[in-house]
Design a protein around this ligand. Structure first.
Ligand code: MRU
Length: 367
């Protein structure tokens, strides 16, 4: 997507292939800065400390991280060490495992001398696929928004989203935002309610920033406002992303997503989830088995922002001595999900629904 006059993706290799550049998302929305990752340790730090975040982008960064590792030592031993280092960075988004496995599998039968180049090529392919996949999610989600717009006689469709499942969370386009961008670009009037998404404020900092850059009308709301707005008829649909969707359609996403799904259900509103195939965990059925990342107490206890004189400051919110708990994700059961918007189409959130779009998975299981 465009930042100013320039088109950016969230991750790209340098021309000489020796490093990878990313947008440092910890600096947004107050500064747009890029960072250079030169080693596998840099890639691991970027994922762990959330310079990059969002399930598909974590997967792409993991893939490039393995490529960086192969450039210095392409032995089996180092492949395994690098894989483990990257895999340990964040536990919930399954795209990380998917991206790492894809590169590792591409290298397994290659001699060490051929591995660095092959890893770089595989990571680049993962990124190209991701862009095409997210654009297709947009194409399949667009008619859902168009139908609501038609029912509203051309009045803006109010879409609530949680966290950032936008282009910043992917390589480009986003998952939840792809249908929104496609609708906006097609001239369908949309307005987005952006949950601030405490504690790290991915909604207020990132989703608001990218929607603003693209000219999509939006309003930031506190996390607890969604249910109230739904009761007042101010929300037409919810679209979120997901970090891991089980083979039975349970959806794990940023903490607070479950409450939005409950409120949407109570108000008879559609709750859709946008996701690429890389976010489906075919090895798990029950969402309760998904590992939920526990993050630092300080993310809840403190908040950062820009002062009136332009400095970025962190301040403490809690009384000294109070502790905080910081579960980063929650699970929305499939029964609360109206539909999954994938690159292959929209399906019911269930094993049967997913298999209708990915029949090869059923065959593999039977075999
Ligand atoms: O902790 P984060 O910022 O990595 O969490 C991101 C989310 O929960 C997104 O909604 C999800 O990854 C979908 S991204 C397309």
């Amino acid at each position: 997507m465009k930042v100013g006059e320039r088109h950016y993706r969230t991750i790209w290799p340098t021309r000489d292939g020796r490093a990878v550049e990313i947008i440092d998302q910890t600096k947004l929305p107050h500064a747009f800065e890029t960072a250079r990752l030169e080693t596998v340790e840099d890639a691991a730090t970027a994922i762990r400390d959330m310079w990059v975040r969002g399930a598909p982008l974590i997967g792409a960064t993991g893939a490039y991280g393995l490529a960086l590792a192969m450039a210095t030592d392409a032995s089996d031993g180092n492949l395994s060490v690098a894989y483990d280092l990257l895999y340990a960075t964040r536990p919930t988004a399954v795209d990380l495992r998917w991206g790492l496995r894809r590169v590792r599998d591409a290298l397994r039968d290659l001699p060490p001398g051929a591995r660095a180049e092959a890893a770089l090529a595989e990571a680049a392919t993962i990124c190209e696929d991701s862009v095409a996949t997210c654009a297709a999610i947009g194409d399949h989600g667009l008619p859902l928004i168009a139908a609501l717009a038609e029912r509203k006689g051309g009045e803006a469709v109010n879409i609530l989203t949680h966290c950032n499942a936008g282009w910043l969370a992917t390589v480009d386009w986003g998952t939840a935002t792809a249908p929104i961008y496609k609708a906006h670009d097609a001239g369908i009037p949309v307005h987005v309610w952006v949950d601030e998404t405490r504690p790290r404020n991915q909604g207020a900092a990132l989703t608001a920033w990218e929607l603003g850059r693209h000219g999509v009308p939006h309003t930031v709301i506190v996390d607890n406002a969604g249910g109230h707005l739904m009761q007042r008829g101010l929300v037409d649909m919810v679209i979120t992303g997901t970090d891991r969707t089980t083979a039975a359609g349970d959806v794990c996403n940023k903490i607070g997503t479950y409450l939005k799904a409950l409120a949407a259900h109570d108000n008879g509103l559609p709750f859709y989830v946008g996701l690429p195939h890389s976010t489906i965990d075919w090895e798990l059925e029950d969402g309760m088995a998904i590992p939920i990342e526990q993050r630092a107490e300080s993310e809840v206890a403190e908040i950062a922002g820009r002062t009136v004189d332009g400095r970025i400051e962190r301040v403490r919110l809690l009384p000294e001595g109070s502790s905080a708990r910081n579960d980063a994700f929650d699970v929305t059961p499939a029964r609360l999900v109206t539909g999954l918007i994938t690159e292959r189409g929209v399906c019911e959130a269930s094993r049967a629904g997913l298999l209708s779009l990915y029949p090869e998975r059923g065959e593999r299981r039977a075999g």
